[in-house]
Write a protein that binds this ligand. Structure first.
Ligand code: SF4
Length: 391
């Protein structure tokens, strides 16, 4: 999702007359598009901002003076995306080098903000913009136009957002708090965006959303609503498209109808990313995932029976609060039984605002690491075996 957001921001700035440079040292504006899903991702952003800010002498939170030895003017620095929404104006205290903060729903305002800051910067004798910090984190929904600048990083492949935000409120997840409630784009706008991408020579599409299976769009004209399966059928019918896929699916909203569509639609890849998160019913309930281990196993069984030669990947969190050895064994055995093609395995870390952040983080660091290594090694050997079988 963030990759596409970065393209959208780049598209808006290009349209406003800015150009992209290859080195940060050549830039007048540096934008960090950030993710808050894990602590580790945030830590990396703070450290990178710190590295860039070191090029300037920071006397106090109220005084930033450029140091001429490295580059001759401090670039305007923006923190954009989920971390912006998460920390809002507190960002300026943590990192005085940052000039503006924008949440994910406000990215359309970035060119205007930069114009304002550039005007202040050009009038300033010292490059101190602290009094002119700007933050925008209030909008709920993005304007549709931002998706139609035609800016895609890849020459063949385009990410196309079909829905923003999420209303599932899994207890560990910060997404509903930083990206807002689920908002579906109109299917006609999605089709229009894909057709524009195809017209520019891109032939592969990935439909994006936090929970694509919950997609439902009411057309602007008097037409029946379009659900996710219907959307897949429409996309499959677009002339010029060679291949398309979707990500991410929530097990609770994943149906046999979707599997039938996957089996039938010739341009749709037979790939499903279906995050299970845990193999313990106790933990799944504490995570507020809305399904059980048994339900998940049955769903996978249906998927593999209906969609032949299919690929299945997943996400797993180990060390969630309350996870004991028996719960962990449930996850380990589930991975062994299902034999995913690959899996993203994470150690739990509490995220601000979430329900789970009020739970006691009672699995020790050592146990989290041990469990992480055990599932990771198991999955590695399964992935390797499956790759050999394919050859
Ligand atoms: S489905 Fe759950 S984990 Fe996924 S984005 Fe929504 S709240 Fe987060």
């Amino acid at each position: 999702m963030n990759v596409r957001d970065s393209e959208v921001i780049a598209g808006l700035l290009l349209k406003s007359g800015y150009v992209i440079v290859s080195e940060p040292t050549q830039a007048d504006i540096i934008i960090f598009n950030t993710c808050s899903v894990r602590q580790h991702a945030e830590d990396k952003v703070w450290s990178e901002i710190g590295r860039i800010a070191k090029k300037f002498t920071v006397h106090s939170p109220r005084s930033i003076v450029r140091r001429l030895s490295t580059i001759d003017r401090k670039p305007i620095i923006g923190l954009v995306g989920c971390m912006g929404q998460n920390y809002k104006e507190a960002v300026f205290e943590r990192s005085p080098a940052i000039d503006f903060v924008v949440g994910p729903s406000d990215i359309a305002k970035i060119p205007e903000i930069i114009d304002k800051l550039s005007a202040v910067s050009s009038q300033s004798s010292v490059n101190n913009l602290f009094e002119h910090k700007i933050w925008e984190t209030d909008s709920k929904i993005r304007p549709e136009e931002i998706y139609h600048t035609g800016c895609y990083e890849d020459k063949e492949h385009a990410y196309v957002v079909i829905s923003e935000g999420c209303s599932n409120y899994c207890s560990y997840c910060v997404v509903p708090y930083v990206r807002g409630e689920l908002h579906n784009r109109d299917y006609q706008d999605i089709i229009k965006e894909i057709e524009l991408a195809i017209a520019r020579g891109l032939t592969k599409i990935t439909l994006l959303g936090q929970n694509v299976n919950a997609y439902k769009s009411q057309a602007k004209s008097i037409q029946p609503s379009v659900d996710f399966v219907k959307l897949l059928q429409l996309v499959n019918g677009i002339e010029g498209i060679q291949e398309f896929s979707f990500i991410t699916s929530h097990p609770r909203d994943t149906t046999a109808e979707l599997f039938k569509a996957m089996a039938e639609l010739d341009k749709l890849t037979k790939y499903l990313h279906l995050p299970v998160q845990s193999g313990s019913n106790k933990i799944l309930e504490r995570m507020n995932r809305g399904y059980t281990r048994e339900y998940y196993l049955e769903l996978v069984d249906k998927y593999r029976k209906i969609v032949k030669d299919s690929v299945l990947t997943t996400d797993i969190i180990v060390g969630f609060p309350g996870e004991d050895e028996k719960d962990f064994q449930g996850t380990f055995n589930l991975v062994k039984d299902i034999r995913f093609d690959s899996a993203f395995i994470f150690k739990y870390s509490p995220r601000p605002h979430t329900q789970a952040s009020s739970f006691i983080d009672d699995v020790s660091k050592e146990d989290k690491e041990k469990r992480h290594a055990l599932v990771l090694n198991l999955q590695k050997s399964i992935s390797l075996e499956k790759k050999k079988c394919v050859k």
